[in-house]
Ligand binder design. Structure first.
Ligand SMILES: O=C(O)CCC(=O)C(=O)O
Ligand SMILES: [Fe+2]
Length: 409
């Protein structure tokens, strides 16, 4: 066993939810969701570990016990959150609203500046918002997050909740079939998205809940860089796919994950995929100060390496001829002294995509081990405004604050 080997298989658990964790029956509600959800399966996919701390062989040294093992954030959880009946209703309400208002025709770059998606926020559509409220959706979701990550529901809050739409490029072409200019790729492909590139969310926790039936599209799902080389096994219920995509096999199932895990939406090759996506913030009292800032600095370094290589490549030459004749007049014809400096191999080496990916995954692994403080290290439960006194804690926590203002990074 080598902890550095990303090909270590995932730990996948399948179980039916315990009625205590997901009971949706409520005597106070007029509608009846009963415990239908309990009959659906749960799947948990654990990310391989990438970080191997060779300097910390001494197990007596407990200077940073939090970084010594994987945490609940290393797992991706597929959980039923809406019943068949509920998800059918939610999907219809979302579709009607989006169609009437043209909300899925192009990415909304005002709401999500980087990595825009074709979407609309739930609070824009009163019918859907009211329906989700009447179904106690938030309570169900937060309870699920709370159970999975050991965070009090009072420490969770929505940062964003929206319905996103992906569509295969083929469908776009058919829809625009009256256009007979085949060269006009922009027109035939339209602005509708078929995927979302790898990114991290601004929120610590995220989910995407499939609203339409999985037989309405091919491809799609949420994919994770850390699962790229993990081989699916028959035990995963057909949910994990080669390349690292997780595709729930029933509408109403949600994929819950830490938003800081590098992920994206896999290409929808045909049909349309509608998902309810949420970014969920965790109060600062539960977060280790500086943890996110440190990881971002490392990830930034990888981006800089890539950028430097691109710049070097643009120069389009293989090196620099030294001109030492000004200083070494007597031996100007000596080729050794004249010299030739090749374009920096260090720049090429540091920007190697696999090396950068490995380093990014190591930092991600460390972040997942560290970012949530153990319950006994969390500050007092306080009113929300207490969060903002953080600026006193120095530059790194200010960096954390700035990062939190972004929706996707
Ligand atoms: O579509 C998905 O499953 C993932 C979407 C996502 O990552 C996002 O909207 O930030
Ligand atoms: Fe995301």
């Amino acid at each position: 066993f080598c902890p550095m080997d990303p090909r270590v298989g995932p730990t996948i658990q399948i179980s039916t939810p315990s009625s205590s964790s997901l009971s949706t029956s409520s005597t106070t509600q007029e509608h009846h969701t009963t415990v239908e959800l309990d009959s659906y399966i749960n799947v948990t996919v654990k990310l391989p570990l990438f970080f191997h701390d060779s300097s910390n062989k001494n197990t007596d040294d407990n200077s940073d016990p939090s970084s010594s093992s994987s945490s609940s954030l290393h797992s991706i959880y597929i959980r039923p959150l809406l019943s068949d009946e509920e998800v059918g209703m939610a999907c219809r309400l979302a579709e009607d609203y989006a169609e009437e208002n043209g909300r899925w025709d192009q990415p909304d770059s005002e709401r999500h500046e980087s990595y825009s998606t074709c979407d609309f926020p739930v609070d824009e559509c009163t019918e859907l918002e009211t329906f989700l409220e009447s179904s106690d959706f938030e309570q169900r979701l937060f309870q699920q997050f709370s159970d999975l990550y050991n965070i009090d529901v009072n420490d969770l809050s929505y940062n964003d909740l929206f319905v996103a739409y992906y569509q295969g490029k083929e469908e776009n072409q058919q829809q625009n079939g009256d256009n007979d200019n085949e060269d006009d790729a922009d027109y035939t492909n339209s602005n509708i998205m078929d995927r979302l590139e790898l990114h991290r969310d601004g929120s610590l926790l995220s989910f995407s809940l499939l609203l339409n039936p999985p037989n309405e599209f091919e491809g799609g799902g949420t994919f994770y860089d850390a699962l790229r080389d993990v081989r699916p096994t028959f035990e995963d219920g057909g949910i994990l796919h080669p390349g690292g995509a997780i595709r729930p096999n029933r509408a109403g199932d949600a994929v819950l994950h830490c938003g800081k895990i590098l992920h994206g939406a896999d290409v929808v090759t045909s049909g349309r995929r509608i998902v309810l996506v949420g970014f969920v913030d965790v109060s600062k009292r539960c977060i280790r100060p500086g943890a996110l800032g440190n990881s971002c600095k490392e990830w930034g370094r990888m981006d800089v390496a890539k950028f430097r290589l691109k710049r070097q490549e643009k120069k389009n030459h293989r090196g620099w001829v030294l001109n030492n004749s000004r200083w070494l007049k007597d031996i100007t014809n000596n080729a050794v002294v004249r010299g030739f400096v090749p374009a920096s191999s260090g720049v090429i080496r540091r920007a190697d995509p696999e090396l950068c990916r490995r380093r990014r995954l190591e930092m991600e692994d460390l972040l997942l081990r560290n970012i949530i403080l153990p319950s006994d290290e969390r500050g007092p439960k306080d009113d929300e405004y207490h969060q903002f006194s953080w600026d006193n804690e120095g530059a790194i926590s200010i960096l954390d604050n700035e990062l939190e203002e972004q929706d996707r990074i």
